[in-house]
Design a binder for this molecule. Structure first.
Ligand code: HEC
Length: 152
């Protein structure tokens, strides 16, 4: 085989090896398996709207991102802790403890929007109505997140 074609063959192999490695990395970062909010342990219900989640992303950037990675609210620890809890409990937890050091300082709608963004990050399907942090409306609605071993 002429030397030049050996060289191009080596280059080709290097390119193939690099693409295989890149493909493996993409597979390792699969999208998160989706979560659900369920009413009375059976019917999946939408608990936030897409536009609210978009507003919540801005709240997150303004009030949460200085301390948190999104992995803090999608990762295994979060899922293990919050799966099976009521969505209202998570809302109250955030509203009464965050931002750390300054709890309760955001308007209620901003807490609700930040939570909508967290729901979206966890793959919950949005609906027409925004999340309202109201214990009556949310009585019996539980957060079901995929097992901690999936996703990351
Ligand atoms: C000044 C830093 C800081 C800011 C700003 C902040 N957090 Fe936190 N957050 C923390 C710390 C520290 C913890 C861990 C507290 C603990 O576990 O007792 C925490 C815990 C949490 C948890 C609980 C996670 C779990 O596994 O249960 C949630 C949810 C959360 N924060 C959401 C938010 C949201 C939403 C915002 C913005 C509205 C926010 N945080 C802003 C520092 C912060």
């Amino acid at each position: 085989m002429p030397r030049s074609s050996q060289i191009s063959r080596a280059i080709l192999l290097a390119v193939v090896a690099t693409s295989v490695a890149a493909a493996a990395r993409i597979t390792a970062q699969q999208p998160l398996a989706a979560g659900h909010a369920v009413l009375n342990n059976q019917d999946t219900v939408p608990v936030y709207s897409d536009s609210q989640a978009t507003a919540g992303q801005a709240v997150w950037g303004k009030a949460c991102a200085e301390c948190h990675e999104t992995n803090d609210v999608t990762g295994p620890d979060f899922r293990t802790k919050w799966s099976g809890q009521s969505v209202f409990a998570l809302f109250e937890q955030i509203r009464t403890t965050m931002p750390d050091g300054n709890p309760g300082t955001l308007p209620k709608e901003e807490y609700a929007a930040a939570l909508a963004y967290i729901f979206k990050l966890n793959g919950l399907t949005p609906g027409a109505a925004p999340f309202v942090g109201d214990s009556v409306a949310l009585a019996g609605v539980k957060l079901i997140l995929p097992p901690a071993s999936s996703g990351y």
